[in-house]
Ligand binder design. Structure first.
Ligand SMILES: Nc1ncnc2c1ncn2[C@@H]1O[C@H](COP(=O)(O)OP(=O)(O)OP(=O)(O)O)[C@@H](O)[C@H]1O
Length: 309
């Protein structure tokens, strides 16, 4: 049995349809990510699953239970990261955790949670003295204090700097090691790609596509983007472009000054050919990079839109 089954969810706010049709299942132990641009319906979907919004249509089954019959039991198996406004500013990190722990009949040891969220050294600090990243880590700690099976994290890294984002990623990976199920929303493609077992791309209240990051990328294309920078300038890049274009494995090319970009389905073979030519001509290539296609490319391919963030 799946730990979460969502079928035919729909929700409107007046004339605005936030969620049009969302259906998916999540297996125990997965990191399942809902990704999409602003206003795609991620938060509304999550809040319906968390029991905070009532759907206009559709069903939600959490570990075999439904909100109308088993609300109290569901609350014991889910953990929701509170918005920072729900924390007590004048209490310390440790006091917030102890307070949230007291809401449940059974909870994790505060010291263990502090270790997980890497705030042991800051446990005596008041919330208002914490950085944004530390506050987010505490919010995740509060979500896990009851030792839930399923943890919901709604854009836990939005607005954080890269290092603070990575610290949050470490916590998500630790949760996975513990066998927890994590449902995550994010704006960041890189984050979805790094953390998720499966990714669901949502746009305008509907699922655009759903699969493992690797399969999504693979389904899209076998292409790789190859970038070469020519020390001998634009003319050398242009001449090499003509050679690259004549190869059947090269799908398309682009010039950016002295840099040549080409997309190839057989990048290794293409590079042999290109370097054969540059060697013959005595052109010096300074930098070479090969880029794997990303989830961002998948989004653009499936929706026909640029990523809007
Ligand atoms: N309580 C509400 N009242 C009216 N409209 C709402 C309400 N909540 C959400 N909406 C609208 O529903 C749509 C989906 O919003 P939602 O917050 O679910 O999107 P999101 O994908 O989480 O976006 P973001 O990434 O900006 O948080 C938006 O157009 C939003 O303005």
């Amino acid at each position: 049995m799946s730990i979460l089954e969502v079928k035919g969810l729909r929700k409107s706010f007046g004339a605005v349809t936030a969620v049009e049709e969302i259906s998916f299942t999540v297996e125990a132990g997965e990191v399942f990510t809902i990704i999409g641009p602003n206003g795609a319906g991620k938060t509304t979907t999550l809040e319906m699953i968390e029991g905070l919004q009532f759907p206009d249509a559709g069903t939600i089954v959490l570990n075999g239970m439904t909100w109308d019959k088993d609300a109290d039991r569901i609350k014991m198996i889910i953990g929701v990261q509170p918005q920072s406004s729900a924390m007590f500013d004048l209490l310390t990190v440790e006091e917030n955790l102890d307070l949230f722990a007291s809401f449940y009949p059974r909870s994790k040891q505060t010291a263990e949670v502090l270790e997980m969220i890497n705030l042991t050294d800051h446990r005596a600090k008041r919330v208002k003295a914490l950085s944004g990243g530390q506050q987010q880590r505490l919010a995740i700690g509060l979500a896990m204090i009851s030792d839930p099976q399923i943890i919901f994290l709604d854009e836990p890294t939005t607005g954080l700097d890269p290092q603070a984002r990575r610290n949050i990623w470490d916590i998500v990976l630790k949760l996975k090691e513990l066998g927890k199920t994590t449902i995550l929303t994010t704006h960041y493609m890189e984050e979805a790609e790094k953390l998720s077992d499966r990714v669901c791309i949502v746009d305008q209240g509907r699922i655009v596509t759903l699969d493992t990051p690797a399969k999504l990328i693979d389904r899209l294309t076998k292409e790789r983007e190859v970038r070469l920078f020519f020390q001998d300038g634009e003319a050398a890049a242009q001449e090499t472009e003509e050679v690259a274009k004549s190869r059947p494995s090269v799908v398309r090319t682009a010039l950016e000054g002295s840099a040549l970009k080409l997309w190839s389905v057989q990048p290794e073979e293409t590079l042999y050919d290109v370097f054969g030519f540059t060697k013959e001509k005595g052109y010096r290539v300074e930098q070479v990079s090969i880029r794997e296609m990303s989830l961002e490319d998948v989004f653009i391919a499936f929706t026909g839109k640029e990523w809007r963030d």
